[in-house]
Design a protein around this ligand. Structure first.
Ligand code: ATP
Length: 199
């Protein structure tokens, strides 16, 4: 079995593309969603975050105080990398445990916004990057989240440029509203099945 990572910038369409792979029977691990879950439920990680950021990192109900944490680490790269040093290994291990539980498929898919930045691509056999023109990404996220252009742009500015991601990937999916998604996904699906058989 192969383990494949899928990434792309904000609004590129990663989640949309993963839904197509899921319909093809491929198990998908959503690393960012899972990270949020682990940050609230995994005792050792919660303890680490409390130690690093203090009680205000969580609400009285025990949910992550996301806005407060963002404010705290935004513009403080040292603190952000300390937080990442707690979260990334916990998610990496959880992802490996998840992979071990998957059976009966040629490959698994791990969706993560920061696949290259976090180094988690190093644990994977192949990578896919979903890419879309910047303006289209901004419009899609503004519509989806009901946020301002500036808010989307600020999130985009914090990420590695999409063209750099595409250069590092084994496969690129163009979600530009012109090229159809499903034939691109089917071609990669077929190539991955063949690569898994050849492994
Ligand atoms: P994020 O990094 O913010 O989680 P994402 O890369 O996972 O974003 P999606 O949530 O899949 O992106 O897509 C962003 C928005 O654009 C969604 O509302 C989705 O429905 C829409 N979208 C994605 N691809 C297309 C497409 N080909 N045609 C029309 N709408 C699309």
């Amino acid at each position: 079995m192969l383990h494949v990572g899928i990434t792309g910038g904000i609004g590129s369409g990663k989640t949309t593309v993963c839904k197509v792979f899921k319909i093809l029977g491929i198990p998908v691990y959503y690393a960012d969603e899972r990270a949020k879950w682990l940050m609230e439920r995994q005792a050792s990680l919660v303890e680490g975050i409390l130690g690093l950021l203090g009680q205000e990192a969580y609400t009285a109900e025990g949910t992550l105080n996301r806005a407060w944490i963002s404010g705290k680490v935004f513009g403080n790269p040292g603190l952000l990398s300390q937080l990442n040093a707690l979260v990334h290994p916990a998610v990496a291990q959880d992802g490996l445990d998840w992979q071990e539980r998957q059976t009966g498929c040629a490959y698994t898919l791990k969706e993560a916004a920061l696949l290259f930045e976090s180094g988690s691509y190093l644990l994977l056999d192949k990578t896919i990057v979903v890419t879309a023109p910047l303006e289209l990404r901004i419009k899609r996220v503004m519509d989806r989240d009901g946020v301002s252009r500036q808010a989307v742009q600020e999130r985009i500015d914090q990420q590695m440029p999409e063209e750099n991601k595409a250069k590092k990937a084994d496969y690129v999916i163009f979600n530009d509203g012109e090229r159809l998604l499903i034939p691109q996904v089917l071609a990669i699906h077929q190539a991955l099945i063949e690569a898994a058989q050849a492994k």
